[in-house]
Design a protein around this ligand. Structure first.
Ligand SMILES: Nc1ncnc2c1ncn2[C@@H]1O[C@H](COP(=O)(O)OP(=O)(O)OP(=O)(O)O)[C@@H](O)[C@H]1O
Length: 811
């Protein structure tokens, strides 16, 4: 049963009959059942309706196509929106990039052209000006940051273009942002100059110095320099030095001098070694922090000359120049730079009549105007590229010479007032600044440290000087070597002469054995022999040898009869048997004995007997020739050069050696040379000869010395006198000469004519003996060789010697 409850609680059935009485009578369960059924019905209806709605969605709305289109459109919209944003970003970036690029290119162009950059800054109207109802005559275009227009009184407009224009709203920071790139160039080694120019009271000092609240370019610059140098400290080291001075009434005044009571020293501008302008004597304060800088700037500003004018209560009456010297060193490359940064606050340009000054102020104004006029002239000359630039017309232009016309980066702030009352002054300043902007002073260049260059130059000079010294020393060394060689040569000659003298002595001694002059001769020779021989050059001297005692000969061979010549060649060593000597028979004797003895074999081979009787075996040292002249012939004794004394030994004592034999043998053995060819040792020879020829020995040997023949020291053979003189050789020693003169007649009977005997390897070197007139070689080989006039080389000589020996042995 379906029914509904009314508001009064009665149950109404589907027929609409009231069944209140019936319901009141039904129990509560019936009511519940009834309601449950009703809920079920409602649920069924809901389900049906839901299904109906579901079926309606797709059909009843716009349709599936429309829905899809809408969806697509929304997606596309999103995409386009995204693309738009992206494009916007790109364009924005591009625009900004182009702007910065344009700025960069512009800056590069300015640097290449070397123009002086000009920034224009206009101060705000002062309170009193506003109060007076003054209006601004300067029109700024916000979209064009480098242009300004001046609205003239006739409403005409004048356009001025600068590198940057700062409106009254631009604060100190905005100004410095534009200034920073130029300022930091000083750290890269460029000279930089920033100067503020303008009418009195337009804000020059404000821009440069600023106030404690709004610090200006000076302070900010140094702050930036410290910051940047600190940033680069890993590769660069910087030293900052500050000087501050003013040009007041054409005088330079140091603003950093501590005690201003002392009379200031006169400071002058001088040209430095590098060609820049310097002020010697200026205080140069090394700064390490911005605080120090601020203190310095404050103290400098305090002593600056200021005065009150009706244009500016605290008007600067001088040009203030702050110089920062930056010394930089690149730690990687070692490159050093030394550059200057000039920060100049010029005195105000004003018309004297306008500011109504008199007295001291008037004088100051005249000086200021004069120097600013000089600055104007310089700028005009530079702009028109005149041949002469009048830098020296004022102290200001003189000191700024390299900044205005040199190779530095220059920036000028032209300060103007917006006040209509200052219109004329503003136009003047703007026109001047425009001219300045047109000045081209060439591209800036890096300032390498000239002290470094100077150092390198000095080093180069030193090196040059050193080279010269070395050359000089080399020259003197050469000359010393030449002198040494000459001395060695002289030494050798002297030794030869000494040796010759000894030979003379021996010859004479042998002669004097049979004369009464023997004691005198002995005495003279003793004296001569006691003299020390000259030392050979150090290089030629050999170590001292052990001195061997001389063994006197036990028996002596009596002097041979006249008319007999005995000749014997002794060869001490078996291995040197090839050694031989030229055996030359004495002239006019016709008799000689020649014997070649090989000592080691203990055999003696008789080679020739040229005499008739003489058979005594004589062993002359070094194969000397012993000649006994015929008593019948009366020869004049002529001591031969390089003749040796022959010592004669009995055959029975043939194993005995004379000292010279021994020494000769030793020398030969030591030298290890065949054919008894040993190195010439003057000292040894001297020892040998002196030992043999000592006075005591002489006395002993004189008794058995019969004849003497000259012995030529092997190394000096034919080297001494020229061949032409040999034939007419005469002793040079005074004693010898005297004795010769005195004793010749007495000893003529015993005199022999000696023939040269050569024992050395250099036999025949040079010309043959000059005695050729008296003596002629008879040996066929010698004769043949002489005829052929061969050039005698040592090798040929050896061959010849062999031949001679062979022939002698065979004979
Ligand atoms: N941009 C500026 N914003 C605010 N105040 C300024 C500005 N420029 C200048 N002034 C104010 O103008 C006054 C004069 O400035 P300032 O002394 O710097 O002029 P000046 O050109 O140096 O004058 P003078 O040549 O006589 O020394 C100061 O009181 C300074 O504070």
């Amino acid at each position: 049963m379906d029914g509904q409850f009314e508001g009064n609680g009665e149950l109404i059935d589907d027929t609409g009959d009231t069944c209140s009485n019936h319901a009141q009578t039904l129990p509560i369960f019936q009511k519940i059942e009834y309601l449950s059924n009703k809920v079920q019905n409602i649920r069924k209806e809901h389900t049906l309706l839901c299904n109906e709605v579901k079926g309606l969605t797709a059909d009843c709305l716009l349709g599936s196509e429309a829905f899809t289109a809408l969806h697509n459109l929304s997606t596309e919209h999103e995409l386009l929106k995204k693309k738009y944003h992206e494009e916007c970003e790109v364009l924005k970036k591009k625009y900004l990039g182009e702007c910065s690029e344009r700025k960069r290119f512009y800056n590069e162009l300015i640097e290449l052209k070397g123009n002086i950059r000009v920034f224009c800054r206009c101060r705000p109207l002062k309170q009193d000006e506003i109060a007076n109802g003054s209006t601004s005559v300067v029109d700024f275009n916000s979209s064009r940051e480098n242009e300004l227009q001046i609205v003239c009184s006739d409403s005409s407009r004048k356009l001025y273009k600068f590198d940057h224009v700062f409106s009254p709203e631009d604060n100190q920071e905005a100004v410095f942002v534009q200034t920073v790139p130029i300022v930091t160039s000083v750290l890269d080694g460029y000279n930089v100059c920033i100067l503020a120019y303008g009418q009195t009271g337009t804000g020059k000092t404000y821009t440069m110095e600023g106030t404690p609240e709004n610090r200006g370019v000076n302070y900010r610059t140094l702050e930036e320099l410290f910051r940047a140098s600190n940033e680069r400290r890993s590769i660069m080291t910087y030293e900052l030095v500050v000087s501050m001075f003013e040009v007041y009434n054409e005088k330079i005044k140091d603003l950093l001098v501590e005690n201003s009571n002392q009379p200031a020293t006169k400071l002058e501008i001088k040209q430095s070694f590098e060609g820049t302008q310097e002020v010697p004597g200026l205080v140069e304060a090394r700064v390490y922090s911005t605080e120090e800088v601020w203190e310095l700037l404050k103290s400098g500003s305090r002593v600056r000359s200021v005065g009150s004018t009706n244009a500016n209560e605290l008007s600067s009456r001088s040009h203030c120049l702050l110089r920062v010297t930056v010394e930089a060193e690149n730690l990687v490359t070692g490159q050093r730079t030394r550059s200057h940064l000039w920060l100049v606050d010029l005195a105000g340009s004003e018309r004297v009549g306008r500011i109504e000054v008199e007295g001291e102020r008037l004088k100051e104004s005249q000086f200021i105007n004069k120097s600013l006029s000089a600055l104007g002239d310089v700028i005009s000359a530079l702009a028109s590229k005149a041949s002469h630039i009048p830098f020296r017309n004022s102290k200001l232009t003189h000191i700024l010479q390299s900044s205005l016309g040199g190779d530095c980066k220059t920036l000028m702030f032209v300060q103007i007032s917006p006040n209509l009352a200052d219109l004329g002054e503003s136009l003047c300043s703007l026109n001047f600044a425009s001219r300045v902007r047109g000045v081209e002073h060439g591209p800036a260049r890096k300032q390498t440290d000239h002290s470094e260059i100077l150092k390198y130059k000095q080093l180069a000079e030193k090196a040059k000087h050193g080279e010269k010294e070395i050359k000089k020393l080399q020259d003197s060394l050469k000359s010393l070597q030449l002198r040494l060689a000459a001395r060695e040569h002289i030494c050798r000659n002297l030794q030869e002469k000494v040796h010759d003298l000894q030979q003379d002595y021996r010859a004479l001694a042998s002669v004097s054995t049979q004369s009464s002059a023997l004691p005198i001769l002995n005495q003279a020779l003793k004296t001569a022999m006691e003299k020390k021989p000259p030392l050979a050059p150090t290089k030629l001297r050999l170590p001292l040898r052990r001195i061997t005692n001389f063994m006197p000969l036990p028996t002596l061979v009596p002097p041979q009869k006249t008319g007999q010549s005995i000749f014997r060649v002794v060869d001490k060593y078996k291995e040197h048997t090839s050694r031989t000597s030229i055996l030359v028979p004495p002239q006019k004797t016709g008799q000689s004995i020649l014997q070649v003895v090989d000592k080691d074999k203990e055999c003696t081979s008789r080679t020739s007997i040229l005499g008739n009787k003489a058979k005594a075996i004589l062993i002359p040292r070094r194969g000397s020739i012993v000649v006994r002249p015929s008593s019948a012939t009366s020869h004049v004794f002529q001591p031969k050069r390089r003749a040796s004394i022959a010592t004669l030994l009995l055959e029975s004592n043939s194993n005995m050696k004379t000292p010279l034999q021994g020494s000769t043998a030793r020398l030969s053995k030591n030298s290890g040379m065949g054919r008894q060819s040993f190195v010439w040792d003057p000292q040894r020879v001297w020892h040998t000869t002196s030992r043999m020829s000592s006075p005591l020995q002489l006395r002993q040997t004189s008794s058995y010395m019969v004849e003497a023949t000259p012995v030529v020291p092997r190394s000096s053979k034919f080297r001494g006198s020229p061949p032409s003189q040999a034939g007419s050789w005469k002793p040079k020693h005074p004693t010898v000469v005297a004795l010769q003169k005195k004793q010749l007649r007495q000893t003529s009977s015993n005199m022999v004519e000696a023939t040269p005997v050569d024992t050395g390897r250099n036999k025949f070197r040079g010309s043959p003996p000059s005695q050729a007139g008296l003596w002629k070689p008879k040996h066929p080989t010698v004769v043949a060789l002489q005829k052929k006039q061969l050039v005698w080389s040592p090798l040929k000589l050896r061959g010849s010697m062999k031949n001679i020996k062979k022939s002698l042995l065979s004979t």
